[in-house]
Design a protein around this ligand. Structure first.
Ligand SMILES: [Ca+2]
Ligand SMILES: [Ca+2]
Length: 197
């Protein structure tokens, strides 16, 4: 009986070891079995999947403006298409701004109003932020997959969203404080966020 127990432990240790060496679909794969003895692998040392940016530790940067209990933001004034903006924010360790409350929308809008003018955009009063309807027309979600209602802010600028030209599937913020759907290929300034206070 004791030998069978030891063999079972060795089997699960081996499985746990294999699971840690593979890119896991979710961190949870490490938790499904914790052997009672014999395994020294620390499940918490598992590297986080790179496609889950909100699971990674955020590092504070000097080029962001921080507001207590709201977050850190940076307005990029050199205009680029929405996806380039999204990647630049990730390269800076953050993400395109996601508005989770009226208070956050106010802070971000004020920062946008105070920033130097956007260059290289046909619409300098708009800045790309982190939502889109790329998955399904008219269903707006944040870059983290939440509906705008669930994220906490969904006030549109007058007449928006209008899916102008049948081709507006990316998200922006107007200096008035309202949201607007924009063409993903058009160059806009953009706002990155670090969820650090
Ligand atoms: Ca659209
Ligand atoms: Ca629009």
């Amino acid at each position: 009986m004791g030998i069978i127990f030891v063999l079972i432990q060795i089997f699960f240790c081996a499985r746990l070891s294999m699971a840690q060496q593979q890119p896991a679909p979710y961190p949870a794969v490490n938790w499904y079995y914790q052997p009672s003895f014999g395994c020294n692998w620390n499940s918490l040392s598992m590297p986080k999947p790179p496609y889950l940016p909100w699971n990674q530790p955020y590092a504070k940067r000097d080029d962001y403006t921080y507001t207590p209990n709201i977050g850190g933001y940076k307005v990029h004034t050199r205009a680029v298409p929405w996806n380039d903006a999204r990647m630049t924010c990730e390269e800076e360790g953050g993400h395109l701004a996601i508005l989770n409350s009226i208070a956050e929308a106010k802070v971000v809008t004020e920062l946008f109003k105070k920033s130097s003018p956007i260059t290289g955009s046909p619409h300098p009063d708009f800045a790309s932020i982190g939502f889109h309807d790329l998955y399904r027309e008219g269903q707006y979600v944040t870059i983290h997959g939440q509906t705008l209602a669930k994220a906490g802010f969904g006030e549109w600028a007058d007449g928006q969203p209008d899916n102008a030209g049948g081709a507006e599937n990316c998200g922006s913020l107007h200096k008035s404080g309202g949201l607007n759907d924009i063409n993903c290929g058009t160059q806009f300034g953009f706002i990155c966020e670090l969820p650090i206070y």
